[in-house]
Design a protein around this ligand. Structure first.
Ligand code: NAP
Ligand code: G4F
Length: 343
């Protein structure tokens, strides 16, 4: 049987790297789309090239979601069985600073891929995965969020992802495309971007422990997130594209923690003895052993609007995809600390 071909937009990101390895193990030929940058942006997938089992089945091509012709040419050239759209301006806080760009890449970028599939008459041949997000639930008051929960996005990022979600559903319904929306809750890993809060916390605490950083500056300590591991979540993406019918699925762990909980768990694992004092922007953590302040809050890390509470109900994925998260928050933190110490 011929190897299946997957085209991944956003291959150089956290999920792109995990998904590439997952698909290569399943004997896919993986075509990854990277965008031009002035310094190398392929660090997360460089090890694939070095692995002799994978390198001949892993191809990197230039493209950009803001450039419709590049998308069309890539799809025409590769003629993939599956397309995964993981590319995005994925930082919520940054989306308030570059709203138009975020909308262009995340919203219109998705439409450009769908339109390219349609113009090439591949709508009955190619399967499409769209990387949706729990950020679309925004200010929801529901205790658990699932596929039936209404979207109330509260950031340009969340709004742009709602457009991508609905346009994907629209192309599925209007043109009979096999197109799925994954609605994924936060998922992390050792290769998470350094400005996302879990990576920032682990990296900061390890550096403080080693003496190369004095303090860690954070924003809102009281928002709650449902954190899983990227390795588990890319499997769910693939499973969505292996079903008889295309559909939308929530992927999460069903557990939620505050940012402060995450800090406390990580600090304990690193043998920090900390005490919190103060309230609001004045809240800080003191290292009891040497009386030094190691964590403070800064206004610049707060958002104009916040998603206060996220907790995913993935029972549909459990039932239909037979997907369950395997990696706990404690194992995730352990792996992130270990990676930080080794690097
Ligand atoms: P990430 O690490 O920020 O990766 C984003 C990828 O998109 C990178 O490869 C980036 O390229 C690429 N990209 C950005 N702008 C592009 C453009 N104009 N054209 C082509 N590629 C572009 O994000 P992630 O955490 O892997 O997340 C993957 C996807 O899932 C994203 O769409 C994100 O919004 C969504 N999502 C993530 C989570 C999560 O918790 N991680 C949860 C729900 C949904 P560079 O490497 O060059 O920057
Ligand atoms: O780690 P974060 O930046 O992730 P956020 O905003 O939840 O978005 C991530 O998850 C989404 C899924 O729901 C994805 F769609 C999205 O692409 C991205 O991967 O922030 C988590 C929480 C927020 O409430 C934020 O206000 O942590 C709070 N926080 C507190 N201090 C901080 C900081 N966030 C960041 N990035 N940096 C801080 O210093």
């Amino acid at each position: 049987m011929k190897n299946k071909k997957a085209l991944i937009f956003g291959v150089t990101g956290q999920d792109g790297a995990y998904l590439s390895k997952f698909l290569l193990k399943k004997k896919y030929i993986v075509y990854g789309v990277k965008r031009r940058s002035s310094i190398m942006n392929t660090q997360r997938v460089d090890d694939i090239y070095k692995d002799i089992n994978y390198k001949s089945n892993f191809v990197l091509l230039y493209g950009d979601l803001t450039d419709a012709s590049s998308i069309l040419n890539l799809i025409k050239k590769v003629n993939p069985n599956e397309i995964y759209n993981l590319a995005a301006q994925s930082h919520v806080k940054v989306s308030f600073e570059v709203p138009e760009y975020s909308a262009d890449v995340n919203g219109l970028g998705t439409l450009r891929i769908l339109e390219a599939i349609r113009s090439l008459n591949l709508e009955k041949k190619v399967k499409f995965y769209q990387a949706g997000t729990s950020e679309m639930f925004g200010s929801t008051k529901k205790k658990f969020q699932n596929e039936k929960t209404n979207f109330h996005p509260v950031s340009p990022y969340g709004v742009s992802k709602c457009f991508a979600h609905w346009i994907t559903k629209n192309y599925r319904d209007a043109y009979g495309m096999y197109a799925c929306n994954g609605i994924l809750f936060n998922h992390e890993s050792p290769i998470r971007g350094e400005t996302f809060v879990t990576k920032k916390i682990i990296q900061g605490l390890v550096r403080i422990k080693q003496g190369s950083q004095k303090k860690l500056f954070l924003g809102n300590l009281y928002s709650k997130r449902d954190w899983g591991h990227a390795r588990d979540y890319v499997e769910a993406m693939w499973k969505m594209l292996q079903q008889k019918r295309p559909d939308d699925y929530v992927i999460g762990t069903g557990k939620t923690f505050t940012i402060k909980d995450f800090v406390n768990r990580a600090a304990k694992k690193m043998n920090f003895n900390i005490r919190w004092t103060g309230v609001g922007i004045k809240e800080k953590a003191v290292n009891i052993d040497n009386k030094k302040i190691i964590i403070e809050c800064k206004n610049r890390y707060f958002r104009p609007l916040e998603v206060d509470y996220l907790k995913g109900d993935a029972s549909k994925a459990k039932k239909i995809l037979k997907w369950v998260p395997k990696i706990s928050i404690d194992d995730l933190i352990d792996e992130m600390i270990q990676h930080e110490l080794e690097n």
